[in-house]
Design a protein around this ligand. Structure first.
Ligand SMILES: Cc1cc2nc3c(=O)[nH]c(=O)nc-3n(C[C@H](O)[C@H](O)[C@H](O)COP(=O)(O)OP(=O)(O)OC[C@H]3O[C@@H](n4cnc5c(N)ncnc54)[C@H](O)[C@@H]3O)c2cc1C
Length: 228
């Protein structure tokens, strides 16, 4: 898996702060825009504290996501407030050996043998169908969810906060959790004033919203995501 943040605002705090200030000031928008880093950061903190979440819709982030499974991409695109594009299986031929192996299978040699055999069989059947003249868009039905895919997504700060809250949770599936971790690392690098506050829902809310399904590790999670 490869996750790379390829585009983000030059000054995300300023954009968020401008949105905040414009609500309450009688100045022209172009005057509001002029503020120090310190003033902008204070406004960002105020937006976080007061849950003025819509302000974080002004900042957009674009990620490349490589060599993840169709299991992951199916879960990812359930988040409706983003713009995703994904490699087409109608136009691009799938290749043998390009698939994700979950950790539990990777670590179990017997399970890995069964898994690799099944995926290879599917790949061989796919190639046979293609060679018979079956269109890719139909032959692909036989391919497993494990198949590699490539995506580019653009998503705003508010939607990221929501998505990462769910997908960094221990209840989220392993592969998408790994993707969420890599995203958060990049986001904390370019906009720490906001993303240091973002983590799994228990980290942001101060309690676990999962009820009986809770992993029971809230304290560990708080430690893991907190920034000194
Ligand atoms: C651990 C886990 C297990 C899951 N298991 C399943 C499962 O078994 N089956 C399954 O089908 N899905 C499952 N999902 C996916 C889940 O149901 C959601 O589709 C996914 O998490 C996207 O979240 P969302 O709908 O809150 O937010 P997004 O689509 O990211 O939207 C963000 C927010 O915008 C608002 N919003 C967006 N669209 C609308 C709308 N049309 N109307 C009103 N408000 C809207 C809501 O407030 C929403 O929370 C699972 C997710 C997780 C994290």
């Amino acid at each position: 898996m490869y996750v790379k943040l390829i585009d983000y605002p030059l000054d995300p705090a300023l954009l968020v702060a401008c949105g905040g200030r414009i609500c309450y000031s009688d100045k022209h928008a172009s005057d509001i825009y002029k503020m120090s880093d310190d003033e902008a950061n204070k406004m960002v903190q105020h937006a976080i504290d007061s849950h003025h979440d819509s302000l974080f819709e002004h900042v957009n982030f674009t990620f490349l996501i490589e060599d993840v499974s169709r299991v992951l991409s199916h879960q990812l695109v359930r988040h409706r407030i983003m713009s995703p594009h994904q490699r087409s299986q109608r136009y691009v031929t799938l290749h043998k050996g390009e698939y994700v192996t979950p950790k539990s299978i990777e670590e179990n040699p017997e399970a890995k043998k069964i898994y690799d055999f099944a995926v290879d069989q599917a790949a061989a059947a796919y190639q046979t169908l293609i060679d018979m003249g079956i269109p890719k868009e139909d032959a692909r039905y036989i391919y497993p969810n494990a198949a590699h895919t490539q995506l580019i997504i653009t998503i705003n700060g508010r939607s990221l906060q929501h998505m990462l809250g769910l997908r960094l949770c221990n209840r989220a599936q392993g592969e998408i959790r790994e993707m969420a971790e890599l995203m958060l690392k990049e986001l904390r690098r370019v906009f720490p004033e906001f993303f240091n506050h973002v983590g799994p829902n228990c980290y942001m809310m101060g309690h676990c919203p999962e009820g009986k399904m809770s992993c029971g590790k809230m304290n560990e999670m708080q430690e893991k995501y907190k920034v000194d």
